[in-house]
Design a protein around this ligand. Sequence first.
Ligand code: ADP
Ligand code: MG
Length: 265
Amino acid sequence: MTTPLLEVDNVFKTYALPREKLREPPPKVHALNGVSFTIEPGRSLGIVGESGSGKSTLARLAMALDTPDSGRIRVLGRDLHTLSKEALRLARRDFQMVFQDPYGSLDPRMRIERVVTEPLAAQGGVTRDEMHARAAEVLEAVGLRRNDLGKYPHEFSGGQRQRVAIARALITRPRLIVADEPVSALDVSVQAQVLNLMQDLQANFGITYMLISHDLAVVHHLCEDVAVLWQGRIVEQGPPERLFRAAEHPYTRTLIDAVPEIAPP
Ligand code: ADP
Ligand code: MG
């Protein structure tokens, strides 16, 4: 049996809101209420749900950018929240993230070479020459040119910036990429190009995704499995074709009705 890439086991997460009354405890938001799922190598999982359903919280926890209140998160069998700082830093090689906002997620003062090599530099032990070669390699893998290494983020369109963000995620040769609404901020015509690129990377580099979207049509492209998140819980999970054909939860039906172009007649 292969080790799962990601195991999320009964994860809860609350956020404390600003206190309304001095003598009362601060109100809490229950962002995740007992979420469990597994991502096996080669079986990309789509997470769909409306705004506020807990998708980004789940992404942050899976990337160890935040900690759960309870429950376990394992990447390739390692419990992220019990690793030492040093072990976590090295484990990050295996899982990388792509964020929604192609404008906000790239530091405008850094040249593209520095932007894309950052996760590799954080791993340490790589020479400058090797970093340069790897940067050129990933840039070409996402359909940009090695000449682009010397440019700044503002010289690129939104779609190209998202390609840069994907190149940065690829540079450590990860097994899993967590992408939080990676095409939501892009024009519809550009969305398809970026999704096609992500699909090519699955085949060419053996990447498996946890792909977050509010749009069932987007995950249908890339994912073998879809989990529907609703108020911090997974209410339904299965292959996208099954969900389209026979969704059980009324909320899933609402999502399907939002994409009439691929819903069955
Ligand atoms: P989604 O990505 O599906 O829109 P989020 O994970 O961002 O959902 O948010 C889930 C819930 O948690 C929402 O009610 C949101 O307001 C709340 N939330 C998220 N992050 C924070 C935070 N840092 N502080 C307080 N509340 C938060
Ligand atoms: Mg979000």
